[in-house]
Design a protein around this ligand. Structure first.
Ligand SMILES: [Fe+2]
Length: 376
């Protein structure tokens, strides 16, 4: 007998495969989009990857404008700047082209443009409003975010150092184009950090208190794919098969977390990135093993057994081994003593902590911060 009911939504159409970037041309022509704004980052423009998306959009019959100020941990201020710059162009479609930051920025700009406001925070807190967005096509160039298949955007508020999780069904991407060829030139460290973000999504979804059979299948497959392919993708970036499997892992993990949420790793890492602008994937990676150990007593036996069966080592040992093999133990993140209390309290009440298998007290979170990061 199946316990409980299953509530499942996959809000976004996905087209996946090497060379699929060309689908951008097809979709723009099919939908008759006429003014397409590409939200991306400077490095992707310099690598001439963004140009490929621009060419595809123009071949589809659209005029294009590139906003290339995407950066890690996009802020409310950057959303406002994007709205200001793109407003006069009046785009009828946005393309988020890059890692999770570019995609989340595109989602944020999409709802703000649609509501003719630059203030995403006010939009988020207005319960009266019927949220809508300009269609957003998401094209990830990293394998980690999963944002291309969910309706969440993480936007930082520099005034309060908070990372806001802004989500609404209307923010679900219009289409996700996942072309693993776009990840072939990703540097080693970014491949590692984003790959471990995908592993974090999959693991947190797998042990989420809301998890169900479909989300469990997606999450466990994503974990397997990361364990089998991360090393090759990191050390042999040109290996297309490894890149494809990592892209699939990221996608499956993203679909799982859309259903059942995340957990304490994201609740804690958002505070660290919010205060110190640290890379999301690296911050999660540092927290993976310690938070898994903290959660272990509350993870159901059958799930622990499934995780342990993925290799000859226990899953806890697998996580420790990943840290050592990839030199994560040498990556130092420093946090300030004076911020620890606020960060711990915020993490305890963060949306992501609500689906964590073990209820964390702020004092326990503070201990985890102390044991994971360098406190000054
Ligand atoms: Fe993440």
């Amino acid at each position: 007998m199946i316990k409980g009911h299953i509530d499942f939504t996959l809000p976004t159409r996905v087209t996946f495969g090497s060379g699929k970037l060309i689908e951008l041309r097809e979709e723009i022509a099919r939908c008759s989009f006429k003014r397409v704004a590409l939200i991306t980052s400077k490095d992707l423009v310099e690598l001439k990857l963004a140009e490929k998306a621009v060419v595809a959009a123009e071949q589809g019959g659209a005029k294009t404008l590139v906003f290339s100020r995407g950066a890690s941990n996009p802020t409310t201020k950057l959303v406002a700047e994007g709205v200001k710059e793109l407003g006069p162009f009046d785009p009828d479609c946005l393309v988020g082209f890059g890692g999770g930051s570019a995609i989340d920025l595109a989602k944020g700009i999409g709802i703000c443009l649609s509501h003719r406001t630059q203030d995403i925070k006010a939009l988020q807190s207005n319960q009266e409003i019927e949220v809508r967005s300009i269609p957003v096509i998401c094209i990830p160039t990293t394998s980690g975010t999963g944002s291309e298949v969910n309706y969440w955007a993480v936007i930082s508020d520099p005034k309060t150092n908070e990372k806001l999780s802004i989500g609404h069904p209307a923010m679900a991407p219009h289409l996700a184009i996942v072309d693993p060829e776009l990840t072939l030139t990703l540097p080693r460290k970014i491949t590692l950090w984003t790959g471990l973000d995908a592993l974090t999504h999959a693991l947190e979804a797998y042990v989420s208190i809301l998890s169900n059979r479909p989300s469990g299948l997606l999450a466990l497959e994503a974990i397997k794919l990361v364990l089998e392919n991360l090393g090759r993708a990191v050390n042999h970036g040109e290996d297309l098969a490894a890149r494809e499997h990592m892209a699939l892992a990221s996608l499956l993990a993203g679909a799982a977390m859309q259903q059942v949420g995340l957990g304490l790793i994201h609740a804690m890492s958002h505070q660290v990135s919010g205060f110190y602008d640290t890379p999301h994937g690296l911050t999660n990676a540092k927290l993976l093993a310690p938070v898994f150990a903290f959660n272990l007593p509350k993870i159901p036996q059958e799930k622990r057994a499934s995780l342990d069966s993925l290799s000859e080592m226990s899953f806890q040992e697998v996580l420790t081994e990943i840290d050592q093999r990839h030199g994560l133990t040498d990556e130092v993140i420093t946090v300030r003593e004076s911020d620890l209390e606020v960060m711990s309290n915020r993490a305890a009440t963060n949306l992501n902590a609500k689906t964590n298998p073990r209820h964390p007290e702020p004092s326990e979170i503070e201990s985890l911060y102390r044991s994971t990061f360098t406190v000054v």
